[in-house]
Design a protein. Structure first.
Length: 204
């Protein structure tokens, strides 16, 4: 709620450009909640300061560009990017190894799930770029697919709850749990499908 109260007057004053810039900052791993930023963008649309559909488009552009800069930074500069103090602190050797292990175990889907886990998103995309194990089109597909789910959810939640701010953040927390629940359900379905496919492919 504190972040929301700080962002609301800024977004009301500067509109789309403020939302876009804040989302870019979120992409760099700064501890500014992306979901609250998007919800606040939706709220100003609900209060008449912006158009909700345009806000979704701005939200998608902001999160994708922020994530893309991190991925491409890792891609072009490789390990050298961790010489920068900010990135060195963000991506410790232990965290880099942990993310690499996740990629080895789950493949490209790590990038899809990372979009819903703010603390992991930047390290995952940075590692994906640094390791050169992920092509740019693959990153774009996985992150874009996830963003098409998360961004409209948060913006429209803010838009339709703009007149009920008191209950808004209860819904945000509920929405976070629902999204995570859907991710877990999707992962479970994927595991079952993979296991059945493997069983069928085995010679009887």
């Amino acid at each position: 709620m504190t972040v929301f109260n700080a962002l609301l007057p800024i977004f009301t004053e500067y509109g789309y450009i403020a939302v876009f810039v804040m989302l870019l900052i979120c992409g760099f791993g700064v501890p500014l909640p992306e979901d609250v930023t998007l919800v606040t963008g939706g709220v100003i649309a609900g209060l008449g300061y912006a158009n909700e559909h345009n806000m979704v488009a701005v939200g998608l552009a902001g999160v994708m560009l922020g994530d893309g800069l991190i991925f491409l930074g890792g891609r072009f500069f490789g390990d050298g990017i961790t010489r920068v103090k900010f990135f060195k602190k963000l991506l410790t050797p232990e965290r880099y190894c942990a993310v690499q292990n996740k990629f080895a175990k789950y493949g490209r889907w790590v990038m899809f799930v990372a979009r819903f886990l703010p603390g992991l998103r930047t390290p995952v995309f940075l590692t994906a770029g640094m390791s050169r194990r992920v092509s740019f089109p693959t990153w774009l597909l996985m992150d874009g697919f996830a963003a098409l789910i998360s961004v409209p959810v948060w913006v429209y939640l803010g838009f339709y709850s703009a007149k009920n701010i008191d209950g808004l953040f209860d819904m945000v927390h509920r929405g976070q749990h629902i999204l995570l629940g859907l991710l877990v359900l999707g992962a479970a379905v994927g595991v079952v499908y993979w296991w059945r496919s493997r069983q069928r492919s085995r010679p009887s």
